[in-house]
Design a protein around this ligand. Structure first.
Ligand code: DX5
Ligand code: ZN
Length: 223
C-alpha cells in the first residue's frame, strides 16, 4: 500500500546478547530502530521466561527511543504499574491473559502508557472490535508467542488487511504492528497487507553490530 506512512522497525531484544543488553539497546538505537520491542514472558502464559520490570528500568537510561513492551504474562493488571514506572511507553497485552480486557486497556492508559492489544494467530478478530476505539496499537502475532526465530504464519496476512480496513474506518491513529518471523522476504508482504510497524528479532541482530543499520533499513524497505 503506497499510501501508508513511514514504516517503523521495532527490533526485539529477545534476539540480542543478554549479557550486553545495555550496549545492544544503544547499538540498535544508533542503527535506526524506531521502537525497542521488549518481550516479557512469564513461563505460564507462554512456555518461556524472559525480562521483568527491573531489567526494563535498567535499560531506560540507555536510549530515548519508545519502549514497546509486549506482555506475554497472566495475570496482566497486577504488573502494569511496575512496567509503566520502569519506563514503558507502549504496553501491549493478550486479551486471553485476563478476564476483563477493556479494564486492562483502561489501566494501561491510567498508568500513562499507550495501550496495545495483541492477537495470537488463532484469536478471533471479534475480540479486537470492542477495544479498537480505546487503544493506540494492534499487534498481530505472525508466530505463536514464546520464542524468537520461528517461521512466519501466512494465514495472518488477510487478517492484517482486515484490521487495516477497520483502523482506516475508525479514523483514529492506531498503529498496526506485526510480530514473528519478519525477515527481508516477509517484511514487504506484511507491509503490503497493511502493517506499519514491524517487530524483528532474528533479522535485526543477524550478522552482529556492524550489520544492524543495514538490516533495519532493509526491513524498512530501503535497499
Ligand atoms: C515471540 C516474540 C517476538 C520474537 C520475534 O513471542 O513476541 O517478538 O522476539 O522474534 P523473530 O523476529 O526472531 O521471529
Ligand atoms: Zn514480541
Amino acid at each position: 500500500m503506497s499510501t501508508q506512512p513511514k514504516i517503523k522497525i521495532a527490533p526485539s531484544i529477545l534476539a540480542s546478547d543478554f549479557a550486553r543488553l545495555g550496549e545492544e539497546v544503544r547499538a540498535i538505537d544508533v542503527a535506526g530502530a524506531d521502537y525497542i520491542h521488549i518481550d516479557v514472558m512469564d513461563g505460564h502464559f507462554v512456555p518461556n521466561i524472559t525480562i521483568g520490570p527491573d531489567v526494563v528500568k535498567a535499560l531506560r537510561p540507555h536510549t530515548k527511543k519508545t519502549f514497546d513492551v509486549h506482555l506475554m504474562i497472566s495475570p496482566v493488571d497486577l504488573y502494569i504499574d511496575a512496567f509503566a514506572k520502569a519506563g514503558a511507553d507502549i504496553i501491549s497485552f493478550h486479551p486471553e491473559a485476563g478476564n476483563h480486557p477493556h479494564r486492562t486497556v483502561q489501566a494501561i492508559r491510567t498508568a500513562g502508557c499507550k495501550p496495545g492489544v495483541v492477537l495470537n494467530p488463532a484469536t478471533p478478530l471479534e475480540v479486537l472490535w470492542p477495544l479498537l476505539n480505546d487503544i493506540d496499537l494492534v499487534l498481530v502475532m505472525s508466530v505463536n508467542p514464546g520464542f524468537g526465530g520461528q517461521s512466519f504464519i501466512e494465514s495472518q496476512l488477510p487478517r492484517i488487511t482486515e484490521i487495516r480496513k477497520a483502523i482506516t474506518a475508525s479514523g483514529r491513529a492506531i498503529e498496526l504492528e506485526v510480530d514473528g518471523g519478519i525477515n527481508f522476504e516477509t517484511a514487504p508482504r506484511a507491509i503490503a497487507a497493511g502493517a506499519d510497524v514491524l517487530v524483528a528479532g532474528t533479522a535485526t541482530f543477524k550478522g552482529g553490530e556492524s550489520a544492524y543499520a543495514a538490516n533495519i533499513s532493509k526491513l524498512r524497505g530501503h535497499a
